[in-house]
Write a protein that binds this ligand. Structure first.
Ligand SMILES: Nc1ncnc2c1ncn2[C@@H]1O[C@H](COP(=O)(O)OP(=O)(O)OP(=O)(O)O)[C@@H](O)[C@H]1O
Ligand code: SF4
Ligand SMILES: [Mg+2]
Length: 365
């Protein structure tokens, strides 16, 4: 990839990135009948491009089923991509041989939402953490010493190493999952909803831990979550996904304060705010219609079936993910300006949108 091509990837900063993803696609076959014939495909990830810089955290948000987990797993080839390019430090991941892929996996790790399901219940914790090291050739004694150091790094006592996963709380188990992923000194960690299963108070502790570890070990994070407040807390940049595609990508504060895509506007309007006064007056935009099926995505702009400002050409013309402001990418033919609100744009078009508000209930604006 040339420097010019790299600079056109959403999220590129100019410096050589750790990860460069171009037009990544993952379709799952839909099979039916006794012969299990393929009758269609789920477009789980459908043409995703972005770059992730060294020691950067890119948050990925979107509704359930929009393809976040599939994106994370496809990047690491835990599921095989249908097409597209993934470069890790400039090296082709999609075309890598299985032996090279085993080596690359040391540098590219994944942390899962449910640590209990991903930790072997019959193994003491020190073995769970040291197992990846032993797989990659470290001798047992040395691996155990490193496991104890990692337990310490994630805020657990090295004495915890002899216990089994069921003897820990959810937050502690997630710390064990994180320690295991760090055992092989990765450069990139894909975190798939790492705090979603935890209580809010424990969430903050684990998020702070992830930030400390990122600094200590110089890690790059792809942080997947559906909770926009969590993503805002930890991310440098944020990408919003809708039906298998990135519809907006920008610097964290720019995205939260001046979103350009109507879908991001509606998502952000649903985020509760801490100030009770502001929370009472907050207007939550209610989108019409259900999320369409990724097996049969809408033509043109995929959001057109629910977009309150859609025009005729949105039904036929695919909006490219374009740089609407410096470093701010959005795929919308009618992207909103930094001071515009979606409600005002809807009104300017002489249309109506349903709004939920805790004082007035559901109203039409
Ligand atoms: N192994 C699979 N086989 C077939 N379809 C799948 C498979 N895994 C995921 N899908 C489908 O692909 C789409 C994207 O799923 P994915 O799990 O990536 O979404 P997600 O954004 O992570 O959702 P959630 O927020 O609920 O975790 C969904 O429609 C899902 O049903
Ligand atoms: S391209 Fe059209 S339908 Fe899609 S988000 Fe923009 S205005 Fe809405
Ligand atoms: Mg998921």
């Amino acid at each position: 990839m040339t420097a010019t091509e790299r600079d056109t990837l959403p999220g590129a900063t100019g410096a050589p990135p750790v990860l460069e993803v171009t037009d990544l696609v993952k379709y799952y076959p839909i099979r039916a009948g006794i012969m299990r014939k393929q009758v269609g495909s789920v477009h789980a990830v459908d043409g995703v491009s972005f770059a992730l810089g060294a020691t950067e955290t890119l948050g990925i948000v979107g509704e359930s089923g929009c393809g976040k987990t599939t994106l994370g797993r496809t990047l690491l080839r835990l599921v095989e991509p249908t097409s597209g390019q993934v470069l890790f430090n400039g090296e082709d991941v999609v075309g890598a041989s299985s032996s090279r892929m085993r080596e690359l996996r040391q540098d590219m790790q994944m942390v899962f939402q449910d640590p209990f399901a991903s930790l072997n219940p019959r193994m003491p914790v020190q073995d769970i953490i040291s197992e990846p090291l032993q797989i990659h050739g470290t001798d047992k004694k040395e691996a155990r010493i490193k496991a104890r150091a990692l337990l310490d790094a994630v805020g657990l006592s090295p004495e915890h190493g002899n216990r089994y996963p069921h003897e820990f709380s959810g937050g502690q188990r997630q710390r064990i999952g994180i320690a295991r992923s760090l055992a092989v000194n990765p450069e990139l960690v894909v975190l798939d909803e790492p705090v979603s299963a935890l209580d809010v108070s424990v969430q903050a502790q684990v998020l702070n831990l992830l930030e400390d570890l990122q600094e200590e070990f110089q890690l790059s994070y792809l942080f997947i979550a559906h909770d926009l407040s969590v993503v805002r807390h930890i991310s440098d940049r944020v990408a919003v996904m809708y039906l298998g595609q990135i519809v907006e990508l920008a610097d964290r504060d720019e995205l939260y304060e001046a979103p350009a895509h109507p879908y991001t506007h509606s998502l952000l309007s649903a985020v509760p705010v801490a100030d009770p006064e502001m929370e009472r007056s907050r207007e939550r935009i209610i989108l019409e219609g259900d999320l369409p099926s990724p097996a049969n995505p809408p033509t043109g702009c995929r959001f057109h079936t629910r977009c309150p400002i859609a025009q005729d050409n949105c039904v036929t013309d695919v909006p490219p993910l374009a740089e609407v402001r410096p470093g701010h990418w959005a795929s919308c033919h009618y992207a909103l300006g930094p001071d515009e609100t979606l409600v005002q744009r809807v009104k300017d078009l002489g249309r109506e949108v349903h709004i939920a508000n805790s004082d007035t209930g559901v109203t039409t604006a």
